[in-house]
Design a binder for this molecule. Structure first.
Ligand code: LLP
Length: 420
C-alpha cells in the first residue's frame, strides 16, 4: 500500500498534487511519501509481533536521504550501514550509535576504527582477518567490539543473480561449515565480543522457503556454537523481503515473513536483528519525469522522458520493471517504448509496453522508485544529480537539491601545467 493515488484525475502524493511539485522543483525529481514510510515501518514491526526480542535496523543503502532516515528514526528504527558515509548519515539523522549495525564485505581499517570511535552497536564480520584487525583496533582503545560472524548458508534465494548473496560462490559471509572453527578462534580475542551470527541471502525475495532454509541452518549453527561453550545472544537475520513492482506481483507480506521467523526461531533465546530496506522504502517513492518527445519508432513509438538511467539505474542494471503512469491520464492507452536521453541503448525503461497515452510536455511517474533509486543516481552525461522531495500530509519540502552542472564543474580542476 502506498499514498500515490489519483484525485480528480491528478496523481497526488498524500495531499500534494504532483504537478505542483513539478512546477516548483522541476523534473526529473524523486517524490517520497512520509506516510507510506511510516506505514511500512509499522507493518514490518507488527509482522514481527511474535518475536519477543528484536532490533530493527533499516538498511540505509535502500534510501539514505536524511529526511527519510529521520522519519524512520522517529519510528524507532536503527540502521544497517555499509560504509562510514552511511554511518555518518545515520548519526546525522539522530539515530543512536548503539542502534547502528555495520555490514559490508570491504570495511577498511580506517572505517572499522571510525565506527569503533563512534561507538556503533555491532560489526557483522565477513572474514576472519577482519575480526582479527577489528579486535586489535578495539583492544588498543580498551574496548571489546560487539560483533557477529556473517555466514554464507549456501542457499539459492531465487532472485536476480546480481542481488543474490547467499550462495557459496558469492563474495559474502564465511562458508557455514567453516564457521564453528573460525568462531572459536575469533571468540578468544580480547578485543572482540563475538556474540552471534548474521546472515543475508539476497534482495527482492518472493519466496520464503530459501529464507527459512537459511534460518534453519543458522539455528543449527547457533546450537552447535552453544554446545561448544559460546555465549550467543544476537542473531542478525538480514533483509531482503520483496515488494510488488507490477500488477500480479505477490511477495510474502511482513506478517507471513514474521510468522515464519517466529516459528523457526521459537527456541533460539536470542535477540533477533532485521535489516529491511526495500520493503520500507520501495513503494514510498516515485520518480516524476516529463515527456520530452514522442518519437516515431519502427515498431513502437519511443516516449523520450527527461529521466534517464543515471537517475534510475535499476532497469538498465537488472532489467527491472517500474510501472510508468501518467500524472494526469486521459484514459487513452498506447503501446510504446519508454526511454531516457542518455546516449546508450540500455537507457530504456520499458519496451513495447501498454501505457497511459502521453504527449510531449506531459508528466509521468515511474512507481516503486523509493528504494535503490536516487541513491544509485549518477551524473553520467553531465546530467544534474536528481533532487528529492518529501511529502508529509499537505506539506512538502526539497530534501535533496538538484546538483547542477555548475556545481559539478566547480568540484573539478584543470592543473596548472595545462593552463588551469
Ligand atoms: N542487509 C544486507 C547485508 C544487504 O546486503 C542488503 C541489501 C540489505 C540488508 C537490504 O536488503 P533489502 O531489504 O533492501 O532487500 N540495488 C539492488 C539491491 C541491492 C541490495 C543489496 N543488499 C536493487 O536495486 O535491486
Amino acid at each position: 500500500m502506498n499514498h500515490f493515488d489519483y484525485r480528480d484525475g491528478v496523481m497526488h502524493a498524500e495531499d500534494v498534487a504532483l504537478p505542483t511539485v513539478a512546477r516548483e522543483v522541476g523534473t526529473p525529481v524523486y517524490v517520497y511519501s512520509a506516510a507510506t514510510l511510516r506505514r511500512h515501518a509499522r507493518v514490518f514491526r507488527e509482522g514481527l509481533a511474535g518475536v519477543p526480542r528484536k532490533h530493527l535496523a533499516y538498511a540505509i543503502k535502500a534510501n539514505p536521504n536524511l529526511a527519510v532516515l529521520r522519519v524512520l528514526a522517529d519510528e524507532g528504527y536503527g540502521a544497517d550501514v555499509v560504509s562510514v558515509g552511511e554511518m555518518k548519515r545515520a548519526l546525522a539523522a539522530g539515530m543512536a550509535p548503539a542502534d547502528i549495525v555495520f555490514s559490508g564485505v570491504g570495511k577498511t581499517r580506517a572505517e572499522l576504527a571510525a565506527a569503533l570511535d563512534a561507538g556503533i552497536g555491532q560489526f557483522n564480520l565477513e572474514l576472519e582477518e577482519e575480526g582479527v584487525v577489528l579486535a586489535a583496533l578495539a583492544a588498543e582503545r580498551g574496548l571489546a567490539a560487539p560483533a557477529t560472524l556473517r555466514v554464507n548458508p549456501d542457499v539459492d534465494a531465487g532472485t536476480h543473480a546480481k542481488i543474490s548473496t547467499g550462495r557459496r560462490e558469492n563474495k559474502f559471509g564465511v562458508p557455514i561449515d567453516q564457521a564453528p572453527a573460525m568462531f572459536d578462534r575469533l571468540a578468544a580475542l580480547r578485543g572482540l565480543n563475538l556474540r552471534g551470527i548474521a546472515v543475508h541471502i539476497g534482495s527482492q525475495l518472493f519466496d520464503l522457503a530459501p529464507l527459512e532454509a537459511a534460518y534453519v541452518r543458522i539455528g543449527e549453527l547457533v546450537g552447535e556454537l552453544r554446545a561448544a561453550g559460546h555465549h550467543i545472544t544476537h542473531v542478525d537475520l538480514g533483509g531482503g523481503l520483496g515488494v510488488p513492482y507490477k500488477a500480479g506481483d505477490a511477495p510474502p507480506s511482513p506478517a507471513d515473513y514474521g510468522a515464519m521467523v517466529a516459528r523457526v526461531t521459537a527456541d533460539w533465546d536470542a535477540e533477533l536483528m532485521f535489516e529491511p530496506g526495500r520493503v520500507i522504502a520501495g513503494n514510498a517513492g516515485v520518480l516524476m519525469t516529463e515527456v520530452v518527445w514522442v518519437k516515431p519508432g519502427v515498431v513502437h513509438p519511443y516516449v523520450i522522458v527527461d529521466a534517464a538511467m543515471n537517475d534510475l539505474a535499476r532497469p538498465a542494471l537488472y532489467d527491472a520493471w517500474h510501472d510508468f503512469a501518467a500524472v494526469e491520464p486521459s484514459g487513452e492507452r498506447m503501446t510504446a517504448n519508454v526511454a531516457g536521453p542518455v546516449c546508450e541503448s540500455g537507457d530504456t525503461f520499458a519496451m513495447g509496453r501498454d501505457i497511459d497515452r502521453v504527449e510531449s510536455g506531459d508528466l509521468a511517474v515511474f512507481r516503486t522508485a523509493g528504494a535503490y533509486g536516487a541513491t544509485m543516481a549518477s551524473t553520467y552525461n553531465s546530467r544534474p544529480l536528481v533532487p528529492e522531495v518529501l511529502v508529509d500530509g499537505n506539506r512538502y519540502a526539497v530534501v535533496a537539491d538538484r546538483v547542477a552542472a555548475e556545481a559539478l564543474i566547480a568540484a573539478e580542476r584543470v592543473p596548472e601545467w595545462l593552463g588551469g
